[in-house]
Design a protein around this ligand. Structure first.
Ligand SMILES: *Cc1c(COP(=O)(O)O)cnc(C)c1O
Length: 359
């Protein structure tokens, strides 16, 4: 640390992204919930056939108007109800900067970035423990006046709230903002987007990183009442007006235009996830009912000494890379991204070998 670093940030612990290995080609990479499928072919066409590369000498549209109009159409809302960010992480950062004067409330087990953003912006945290089975009981939020952040489906458990439950949270207190992070919603959970038309204390955040195969393009969006969107834009234009670059704007628009491809990719992941969950259960793993593009599993008790950490390392030795969080309550679990059916079959084969070694 230099002697110039701000005193109030000395104890800041940054977010730890999943590893992006150099030799990715030799590995089955199931550690960061990326899509195993290429982005829509519309994107390559749009970027390669136009003057897009030449146009990189020009700043992008700071209002992102084309992209926002396409998002509005896609989600059946008005353009005034949408803004976009450099990944949904940036939007979440804007939310912490804009809406958390009376603190931020979130689960003990959830997306790790919420806590980091709260610390970065010096925001008071209220941690609401999940139930024993990792579910959220919305009654636990009844008397919370801080801004609530919920990943739905939650990470890394994959468990989802219904739209009715989200609505009940919103109705608990009209003077409290509920932020629903729908990073994984396209894999079968219910979206709260349509509720934003009815309630001005609900903000839905989403990303193109998972279901749209565009993690490398850094595209996120927010949908809410117009006043909330204006507040977010105020932060954006005070921080980085050109937060989406030209190529990402084109990628975003064209991903939305290719609806069939998007729907096919999502159904394929859902199908493969259900297959994988079933096979893991049959092998004796504890498996949560994940509605995301990952499964969350704990190794079979009959495999003595096969802790989650040992399982993680054993997979790694066989060139399969997953995620283990050495954190209270979930250290017995690993999170595994749903890849292609073939990748999952390799994984299941390797599971057999590992379990036999540890029996
Ligand atoms: C992956 C993820 C994000 C971040 O998405 P980006 O758009 O890539 O920044 C946000 N929230 C949750 C819960 C995620 O899992």
């Amino acid at each position: 640390m230099s002697r110039f670093f701000a005193g109030n940030l000395i104890n800041l612990v940054p977010y730890t992204p999943g590893e992006q290995p150099k030799n990715a080609g030799e590995l089955i990479k199931l550690n960061t919930n990326e899509s195993p499928f290429a982005p829509s072919s519309f994107i390559k066409k749009a970027i390669c056939e136009g003057e897009q590369i030449e146009n990189l000498r020009l700043y992008p549209d700071p209002t992102c108007a084309n992209f926002i109009n396409e998002l509005a159409k896609n989600y059946n809302v008005k353009s005034e109800n949408v803004t976009v960010g450099n990944g949904s992480d940036e939007i979440l950062a804007f939310c912490f900067a804009a809406f958390c004067e009376s603190g931020a409330a979130f689960a003990d087990i959830t997306y790790g970035f919420y806590s980091v953003f709260a610390d970065l912006y010096n925001i008071k945290k209220q941690i609401i423990p999940l139930k024993q089975n990792f579910s959220i009981d919305i009654k636990d939020y009844k008397n919370i006046s801080a801004t609530v952040f919920i990943a739905n489906p939650n990470a890394p458990t994959g468990l989802a709230l219904s739209t009715q439950e989200v609505e009940a949270l919103v109705l608990q207190n009209e003077n409290r903002l509920i932020i629903i992070d729908e990073a994984y919603v396209d894999f079968g959970a219910q979206s709260a987007v349509q509720l934003t038309k009815q309630y001005d204390n609900l903000l839905v955040v989403g990303t193109f990183s998972k279901s749209r195969s565009l993690a490398g393009a850094r595209i996120g969006y927010a949908i809410a009442n117009e006043d909330i969107i204006n507040d977010l834009n105020k932060i954006k234009f005070s921080f980085n007006p050109y937060n989406l670059n030209r190529l990402s704007l084109i990628a975003g628009v064209n991903s939305l235009l290719d609806k069939d491809y998007f729907n096919n990719c999502c159904s394929e992941i859902i199908k493969t996830r259900e297959y994988t969950k079933k096979k893991f259960s049959e092998m004796g793993f504890s498996v949560t009912n994940s509605m995301a593009n990952f499964i969350f599993v704990s190794p079979p008790k009959l495999a003595k000494n096969l802790s989650a950490e040992n399982y993680f390392n054993a997979l790694r030795q066989k060139n399969i890379i997953v995620r283990h969080f050495n954190l209270p309550r979930i250290s017995d679990y690993v999170r595994i991204t749903v890849g292609t059916k073939q990748q999952m079959q390799t994984l299941l084969q390797v599971n057999n070998d590992i379990i036999n070694e540890y029996k």
